[in-house]
Design a protein around this ligand. Structure first.
Ligand SMILES: *Cc1c(COP(=O)(O)O)cnc(C)c1O
Length: 402
C-alpha cells in the first residue's frame, strides 16, 4: 500500500487556514457539508419511485451533519433516546424509525410518544413488551419485525444475519411472531426489516439481497393472507477503504434495482433504505500533525498529535486507513528537521498502547515532523465509535465546509 496524493485541494486549503489561525499542532475533523449534500441529493433522487432513503444516525450523529442531510432524506433511523433527541433538535417533524437490540421500557415509551413512524421489533419478548406498554397509552404502534435471515451476502464485512447474532428474530420464528401480532390489539405489523450486513462492495450481491427480501415478504403475505406495506432492506453499502477512488457503483446498482422492483415488488410496497456509511464516509476527513518521527529496530514510525482515540476504525477493523500528506514548510526549531524519504512508514497515535496504529508500513515519498496526515473516508464510524476518554488527551476540533 502506498500513500495517496491529495484529491481535493479545498480540503488541504481549509486545514492550512486552520493551522495558520491556531498556534498549536493541527488535530481536527473536517466535514464537507456541501459535498455531502450533493451526494445525498443524488442518492435520493436516483432511487426508484417506490423507494425511500433514511439516514442511519449511528454512522455519524454530528448535529450539523444531521441538519445538512435533513432536506434530502425521508427521515432518520435511530437506536437510542440520545439519537432521538438529536434528530428532534434538528426537526420536530422529520420521520424517524427506531430500532436496535435491547430496548428498555423507557425507550419504548419515549419512542411511542414521540411520533415514531415505525418501531423495529427485535425479539418475541420485545413484541409482547411493546404491546403491553402501548396498551397503557391506548395506542396502536406501527411496527416492522426485524428478520434474521437464514442466508445473506457472503462478501460483506460484518454480517448480522445468516448466522447466530443478537440481531432480529430468527427467520424460522417469524411465522410465530406474525401470528402473535394478529392477536395483539396495540401493535400493527406493516412489514419487515432486513438490515443484515455492513460494508458490502458488490452491487450485484446487494441487488440479490433486496430481491431476497422482497421474495420473503411476498411469501409471508401469501402465507398469512395479509397485506404488508414496508420492506426495509437496511444499510450496508460499502466503502473501498483500500482504494478510495473506487466507489460502489450506485448507478449500476440502481439500474438492476429497477428491474428487480418491477418483477418482485407489489405496487403498494414502500422499499426503505437506511444507509449510514455510504452517505457520510467520503465527506469526512481527519487531519492531524506529525509530532515525532523515529526509527526503532529498523522500522519507521510517525507519531501523531491524534490517534485511534479519535479515529478508531482502522484499529477496529485491523486495516490501513487511507491517507495523504499535507506538506507544511514552516519550521521554527533552531535545528534540522527530521524526515523520511522513499521508505515505508507506520503511522501511529499519541496513546500509550501498541494498538494505536492507523496505517502500517505504507510507502511514503517524503514525510517530515510538522507535516499533516490527512485521513480520508473518515466521515462514518470515525469520531463516533472512538474511545475518546482514553488517556484524557484533548478532543479534535471540528471544521465544517458549508
Ligand atoms: C448500522 C445500521 C445501519 C447502517 O449501516 P451502514 O452499514 O452504515 O449503511 C442501518 N440499519 C441498522 C439497523 C443499523 O444497525
Amino acid at each position: 500500500m502506498a500513500m495517496r496524493t491529495i484529491k481535493n485541494p479545498m480540503i488541504q486549503e481549509a486545514i492550512i487556514d486552520w493551522k495558520e489561525k491556531k498556534n498549536k499542532p493541527v488535530c481536527a475533523y473536517l466535514y464537507d457539508l456541501k459535498g455531502l449534500q450533493e451526494h445525498v441529493k443524488n442518492l435520493s433522487e436516483s432511487l426508484p419511485h417506490q423507494c425511500r432513503l433514511f439516514y442511519a444516525v449511528k454512522a455519524n450523529a454530528d448535529i450539523k451533519i444531521l441538519k445538512a442531510l435533513q432536506p434530502y432524506v425521508t427521515g432518520f433511523e435511530i437506536a437510542s433516546i440520545g439519537e432521538l433527541n438529536k434528530v428532534r433538535s434538528v426537526s420536530s417533524t422529520v420521520p424517524m424509525i427506531f430500532g436496535g437490540p435491547g430496548k428498555t421500557d423507557e425507550e419504548l415509551r419515549v419512542a411511542i410518544t414521540n411520533d415514531i413512524s415505525f418501531i423495529h421489533v427485535e425479539s418475541v419478548f420485545e413484541l409482547q413488551r411493546l404491546n403491553w406498554i402501548a396498551e397503557q397509552y391506548k395506542m396502536v404502534v406501527p411496527i416492522l419485525l426485524r428478520v434474521n435471515l437464514q442466508t445473506t451476502v457472503p462478501e460483506a464485512r460484518l454480517k448480522m444475519a445468516g448466522l447466530p447474532t443478537q440481531f432480529g428474530i430468527d427467520e424460522t420464528q417469524i411465522p410465530l411472531a406474525i401470528q402473535m401480532t394478529k392477536e395483539m390489539k396495540h401493535v400493527k405489523l406493516h412489514g419487515f426489516h432486513f438490515h443484515a450486513m455492513s460494508n458490502n462492495l458488490d452491487e450485484k450481491q446487494h441487488v440479490l439481497f433486496v430481491k431476497h427480501c422482497l421474495e420473503q415478504t411476498d411469501k409471508w403475505e401469501k402465507e398469512f393472507a395479509q397485506c404488508f406495506s414496508v420492506v426495509n432492506v437496511g444499510g450496508g453499502v460499502g466503502i473501498h477503504y483500500d482504494h478510495p477512488d473506487k466507489r460502489f457503483d450506485w448507478e449500476s446498482f440502481n439500474n438492476q434495482l429497477q428491474l428487480i422492483l418491477k418483477q418482485h415488488a407489489h405496487p403498494l410496497w414502500t422499499v426503505v433504505f437506511e444507509l449510514g456509511r455510504y452517505i457520510t464516509a467520503h465527506h469526512g476527513y481527519y487531519a492531524t500533525e506529525i509530532l515525532d518521527i523515529k526509527k526503532n529496530y529498523g522500522k519507521n514510525f510517525a507519531v501523531l498529535r491524534g490517534g485511534t482515540h479519535h479515529l478508531r476504525l482502522p484499529a477496529a477493523w485491523k486495516m490501513n486507513h487511507p491517507f495523504s500528506i499535507i506538506p507544511i514548510e514552516q519550521w521554527d526549531y533552531p535545528f534540522a528537521r527530521f524526515g523520511i524519504t522513499q521508505d515505508a512508514v507506520t503511522i501511529v497515535g499519541e496513546l500509550c498502547t501498541p494498538n494505536d496504529v492507523l496505517a502500517r508500513d505504507v510507502f511514503c515519498p517524503n514525510v517530515r515532523v510538522g507535516d499533516i496526515v490527512l485521513f480520508e473516508c473518515a466521515g462514518a464510524y470515525g469520531w463516533d465509535i472512538s474511545h475518546s476518554q482514553f488517556l484524557s488527551h484533548p478532543y479534535p476540533e471540528f471544521i465544517y465546509l458549508e
